[in-house]
Ligand binder design. Structure first.
Ligand code: UTP
Length: 286
């Protein structure tokens, strides 16, 4: 039912300077794969067939990443590196299923999503933020399986002291994994936060959200906020939070990015043992 996904990759990534001066944040690798590729694979596992990237200046590395690299492929073929060749060829999508839209100014996540409006018809669409990396089963696949219309956001409990870093929901009826959302506010101070249930960068949005984004109203940080547009749809269409089963890492922050690298490496047979023993020895030194 949900066939299209939007990947907003137009942010400046200022928390990761100088690494992100010329390199898009979404191309930072966790172990050996860029963040954006994890998000694309998660979407594909959820049945997504059309991939829409909202890019900005300095983001051409993302387009190149999902395209053929003839010289590399020829060289890998000539050297008989079959596994590596399969890896790079396996990432290429069917022609016509990937689209790039340029966000000319980084005016916020809501603005980035709005830039894709002409590629979306009257249909629900997924939005994935690659810097929210989830270890475990595809979060979007879990959301799609429970989606019953309206809007849906992935949610998790966050420390009360950190509400200022998240969209925070006012919870309504709690059905366990699904929780009704009766209010949503972007980055509230802990003193004013309606709960400690925070939004993680996975959304399923219906067409009314695009109409709301079209007003271009600026919110927190003087940016067009997706959470504000979602909040304005409350009461008009159903709105649910979804508690996903994986573990989320905030790879837009340095500590989250480092934790993700360790957790993903520890989940791999080829790296878990040597990494664990190195960490143990390293900890003993400090
Ligand atoms: P962030 O809030 O992490 O902003 O954006 P940022 O600019 O990427 O990073 P910092 O805070 O400066 O370090 C959340 C998501 O929204 C996208 C980002 O690419 C990221 O996936 N985004 C943000 C856009 O696509 N356009 C924007 O104007 C802002």
């Amino acid at each position: 039912m949900i066939k299209k996904a939007i990947f907003p990759v137009g942010g400046l990534g200022t928390r990761f300077l100088p690494a992100t001066k010329a390199l898009p944040k979404e191309m930072l690798p966790v172990v050996d794969k860029p963040l954006i590729q994890y998000a694309v694979e998660e979407a594909a596992a959820a049945g997504i067939e059309e991939f829409i990237f909202v890019t900005g200046r300095n983001k051409t590395a993302i387009e190149d990443h999902f395209d053929h690299s003839f010289e590399l492929e020829e060289t890998l073929f000539a050297k008989g590196k079959a596994a590596a060749l399969e890896t790079v060829r396996g990432m290429i999508h069917e022609p016509g299923t990937v689209a790039y839209v340029r966000q000319q100014e980084p005016a916020g996540l809501g603005h980035a999503v709005w830039c894709a409006r002409h590629l979306i018809h009257d249909e629900p669409v997924a939005v994935l933020l690659a810097d929210d990396l989830i270890l475990g089963p595809s979060c979007l696949a879990e959301m799609v399986a429970s989606y019953q219309g309206g809007n849906m956001v992935a949610v998790m409990d966050v420390p009360k002291s950190e509400t200022g870093s998240y969209g925070i929901i006012t919870p309504g009826a709690d059905h366990g994994q699904l929780i009704e959302v009766s209010g949503l506010v972007e980055k509230p101070d802990p003193a004013n936060a309606p709960s400690n249930i925070g939004v993680v960068g996975r959304y399923i949005i219906e067409s009314g959200v695009f109409a709301q984004l079209g007003t271009q109203d600026r919110g927190a940080g003087n940016e067009v906020q997706l959470t504000d547009a979602l909040a304005r749809q409350i009461g008009k269409v159903p709105f649910h939070g979804f508690r996903f089963s994986g573990e989320r890492f905030d790879c837009g922050s340095k500590i989250g990015f480092i934790q993700a690298n360790i957790a993903f490496a520890m989940s791999r047979d080829d790296l878990a043992e040597p990494l664990a023993s190195w960490i143990k020895n390293r900890m003993a030194l400090s």
